[in-house]
Design a protein around this ligand. Structure first.
Ligand code: ATP
Length: 236
């Protein structure tokens, strides 16, 4: 579902690579956890996958090259960024309808999915309010709902659990698992290693832009915890 081939990224006149020749693959129905220190290159990788920044190398989404078919690829992706910077002047429901229009979700299906997910995330009563009145967590929930209503084949999340209350975090984890059982692939970055260890089929560890370890979660951690493996790899 997602193939990254030799991804490299240099920002501006910097001579240091933020991401350095990174290759990985996420198969249909897999949850992939992407971990690394602050500044390791996680967000840069994610912004490349979702087509926000240009890059060297190639990214293939559901068989299509992102560089050659950016719109078709973006239709297959939902992206939940680390900070929910959305349109303050819209109400929650206006924002969801805006996303629904962009992704051409038929009205009836859209209403059903908005109802379903706004109830699950306890945001239904707030949808008529301006986004400017939302807390950080409420904005995060709205972005999550907007990602789910267009039924992506590939769900990309950057630090998705930051700012969510425990119930919402639990709900999101359950939804991620359910979506994967229906064939969606999930790729997310996180510093919460216990969650990555429990949730992910595969894990990749990035250090100074390079993928230093990658594989099936149970195989790479063996009898250790992901936390101790991570600290070992980073010489801590
Ligand atoms: P964190 O866990 O802190 O979010 P990260 O793993 O997501 O970190 P990135 O944000 O991808 O790391 O940053 C990787 C490197 O690229 C860092 O050295 C960072 O300073 C640099 N970088 C990121 N964005 C830019 C930018 N817009 N311009 C210049 N350098 C950048």
């Amino acid at each position: 579902m997602l193939k990254i081939n030799n991804l490299s990224k240099i920002y501006g006149n910097n001579n240091k690579k933020a991401v350095d020749n990174l290759s990985l693959e996420v198969k249909p129905g897999e949850i992939y956890g992407f971990i690394g220190h602050n500044g390791a290159g996680k967000t840069t990788t994610i912004k490349s996958i979702v087509g926000i920044i240009d890059f060297d190398g190639d990214i293939i989404i559901d068989g299509l090259s992102l560089k050659e078919n950016p719109i078709e690829c973006k239709k297959k992706i939902a992206y939940i960024p680390d900070s929910p910077d959305i349109y303050d002047a819209l109400t929650g429901i206006q924002y969801l309808n805006f996303i629904g229009d962009i992704f051409e979700i038929p009205l009836k299906e859209r209403q059903e999915l908005i109802n379903k997910y706004s109830e699950i995330f306890k945001l239904k009563d707030n949808l008529v309010d301006l986004i400017s009145t939302y807390s950080h967590g409420m904005k995060q929930k709205l972005v999550i709902i907007s990602a789910l209503i267009h039924k992506p084949k590939l769900l990309i999340l950057d630090e998705p659990f930051v700012g969510l209350d425990p119930k919402a975090a639990f709900t999101l984890k359950s939804i991620m698992k359910d979506m994967c059982s229906e064939g969606t692939s999930v790729f997310f970055s996180s510093h919460v290693l216990e969650v990555v260890e429990k949730l992910c089929d595969r894990v990749g560890i990035i250090k100074e832009g390079k993928l230093v370890l990658e594989g099936k979660t149970s195989k790479i951690i063996g009898h250790k915890s992901l936390e101790s493996l991570f600290l070992e790899l980073n010489n801590e």
